[in-house]
Design a protein around this ligand. Structure first.
Ligand code: GTP
Length: 191
C-alpha cells in the first residue's frame, strides 16, 4: 500500500490545547497537567485512507510569544495548518486571525487551513460564539470544527476533514458534488 506523507503543523495561542489535541489524536490520551511546549514537538500517526496509507507528520508548535519567530520553519512545506483557539478565550480567537493573516502572506500557497475551536466541553463559559467562528472560517474557505481534546470530541474528525480536503482540493464539504460521493464513502469507511 502506498504511503502518502502529510506534513501538518498546529498553530495558536499558548494554552489553547494544541498539544492536547495531538496527544488525543496520536495516543488517545489526555493529560490535565501537560506542560507548555518549548520550541515545537514532533509526532506521527499513520491512518488507512482509501487505497493509501496517510502518514501525518505533525509539528506541534509552541504558542508562547517568544517562540513565534520559529513558526515559519514548521508551516513551510506543510500540506495543512491547524489553527487552534480556545472557545472560552476571545483573545485566542484574535490571535487565530493573526495566524491566518501570516499564513496568507508567508505560508505555502495551497496550504489547507483548519480552524479548531477547542475546549468545547467548557461551553458554559464560552466567549467565542460558534456561529461567528464558523462564518469566519467560511470566509477564508477553511475547515471549521469545534473539538474537545479532554472528552475526545471531534479530534479524529478534524484530521479526517484535512485528509478529505487534501484528496479533494477545493471541495466544500457542505456542497459535495455527486461524482465525489462514492470516493468519499470509500475513504471514510477506512477511517
Ligand atoms: N477543559 C479542557 N481543557 C483542555 C482541553 N485541551 C487542553 N486543555 C487544557 O488546557 C491546558 C493547555 O493545554 P496544552 O495542550 O498544553 O495547550 P497548548 O496550546 O499546546 O499550549 P502551548 O504548548 O503553550 O502552546 C492544559 O491544562 C490542558 O489540560 C480541552 O479540550 N478541554
Amino acid at each position: 500500500m502506498a504511503i502518502r506523507e502529510l506534513k501538518v503543523c498546529l498553530l495558536g495561542d499558548t494554552g489553547v490545547g494544541k498539544s492536547s489535541i495531538v496527544c488525543r489524536f496520536v495516543q488517545d490520551h489526555f493529560d490535565h497537567n501537560i506542560s507548555p511546549t518549548i520550541g515545537a514537538s514532533f509526532l506521527t500517526k499513520t491512518v488507512p485512507c482509501g487505497n493509501e496509507l496517510h502518514k501525518f507528520l505533525i509539528w506541534d508548535t509552541a504558542g508562547q510569544e517568544r517562540f513565534h519567530s520559529l513558526a515559519p520553519m514548521y508551516y513551510r512545506g506543510s500540506a495543512a495548518a491547524v489553527i487552534v483557539y480556545d472557545i472560552t478565550k476571545l483573545d485566542s480567537f484574535q490571535t487565530l486571525k493573526k495566524w491566518v493573516k501570516e499564513l496568507k502572506e508567508h505560508g505555502p500557497e495551497d496550504i489547507v487551513v483548519a480552524i479548531a475551536g477547542n475546549k468545547n466541553d467548557l461551553g458554559d463559559i464560552r466567549e467565542v460564539p460558534m456561529k461567528e467562528a464558523k462564518e469566519f472560517a467560511e470566509s477564508i474557505a477553511a475547515i471549521f470544527i469545534e473539538t474537545s481534546a479532554r472528552n475526545a470530541v471531534n479530534v479524529e474528525e478534524l484530521f479526517q476533514k484535512i485528509t478529505l480536503h487534501i484528496q479533494f482540493p477545493k471541495t466544500l464539504f457542505s456542497d459535495i458534488s455527486r461524482r465525489h460521493v462514492s470516493d468519499l464513502h470509500q475513504v471514510l469507511q477506512h477511517f
